[in-house]
Write a protein that binds this ligand. Structure first.
Ligand code: OAD
Length: 264
């Protein structure tokens, strides 16, 4: 049965237990969603009032079909989001994950961070090689090009919409749209890490979008322990061993504190 925690003392106790599991784990994985960036001021997708998909039409703005109908309109939306993200800073949750990774790598332990977020905040916080399953909004690639052709966009806001490559080809945002496959190399690396994870944390995701939502199930199938950190119940909650109800910017630093205490 998943544990449902209410009081601060219960949360602390659960975090001590999770820190112990981490210390005994050969391989740790963390999979993040939009909620981990909410405290940096970046809207999530499925919040009923403030979520992006409550206010905008994903078919027009986040699909190949919508893009070819009106590339400038789609780019305007991504450019506005880039401007919001440019003002945002990594929060205490991002920083705690980067520090955890640094500690783990320093001890020669495996730590994998996979994210559905395209905001780049994990890297800005110091995470070394986050697997960005849904791409990165700071990059673009030719509409008819390969994933590997992605180039960082130098300017924000963009001087011209839609932007074009030096050879005149139309550029698209380097993000995954509805109906598109994830990059198979990245997804393969993430699924393999999930299968190896003795401990996998799902932080700030509604766990509704596959294949990212399959990562914790891959860990569970191999006998791994899955912990969810989210203020709300999600579709994953009934399947996990521990549900910590709270904001990632508050819970992750507490967990890091527990880990650091056990390490000293
Ligand atoms: P959602 O918007 O679906 O879910 C965000 C989750 O974060 C919810 O479960 C919230 O309860 C939780 N949350 C909110 N604030 C939080 C906080 N401070 N700390 C922790 N959790 C918090 O976002 P994702 O699950 O990331 O895909 O959505 C997955 C994908 O759906 C996105 O990557 C995007 C979207 O369509 C593409 O664009 C391809």
């Amino acid at each position: 049965m998943p544990s449902q925690l209410a009081s601060d003392a219960e949360i602390r106790r659960a975090l001590t237990g999770i820190a112990r599991l981490a210390l005994h784990a050969r391989s740790v994985m963390v999979s993040t969603g939009a909620g981990v960036s909410a405290e940096s001021g970046i809207p999530t997708f499925r919040d009923a009032q403030t979520g992006l998909w409550a206010r905008y039409d994903p078919v027009m703005l986040a699909s190949y079909q919508g893009f070819v109908l009106d590339p400038a309109n789609v780019w305007r939306w991504y450019d506005e989001r880039r401007q919001v993200m440019q003002q945002s800073e990594p929060n205490a949750g991002h920083l705690a994950l980067a520090r955890w990774e640094e500690l783990w790598r320093g001890q020669g332990r495996e730590f994998t961070l996979a994210t559905q977020n395209i905001d780049g905040l994990h890297s800005r916080a110091g995470s070394q090689v986050p697997i960005e399953l849904h791409g990165n909004i700071w990059y673009a690639r030719p509409l008819d090009g390969q994933y590997s052709e992605a180039q960082e966009l130098a300017q924000c806001p963009l001087p011209e919409l839609p932007p074009r490559a030096a050879d005149g080809r139309l550029l698209r945002p380097h993000v995954v749209w509805f109906g598109e496959m994830l990059d198979s190399l990245l997804l393969g690396r993430a699924m393999a890490a999930a299968g190896r994870a003795d401990l996998l944390l799902v932080v700030g995701s509604s766990s509704q979008v596959y294949p990212a939502a399959a990562l914790p199930h891959a860990a569970l199938r191999k006998g791994g322990t899955v912990v969810e950190i989210n203020p709300d119940e999600t579709e994953l909650s009934p399947h996990v061993q521990h549900s910590i109800r709270g904001r990632s910017g508050e819970i992750l630093p507490l967990l890091l504190e527990e880990i650091e205490t056990l390490l000293t």
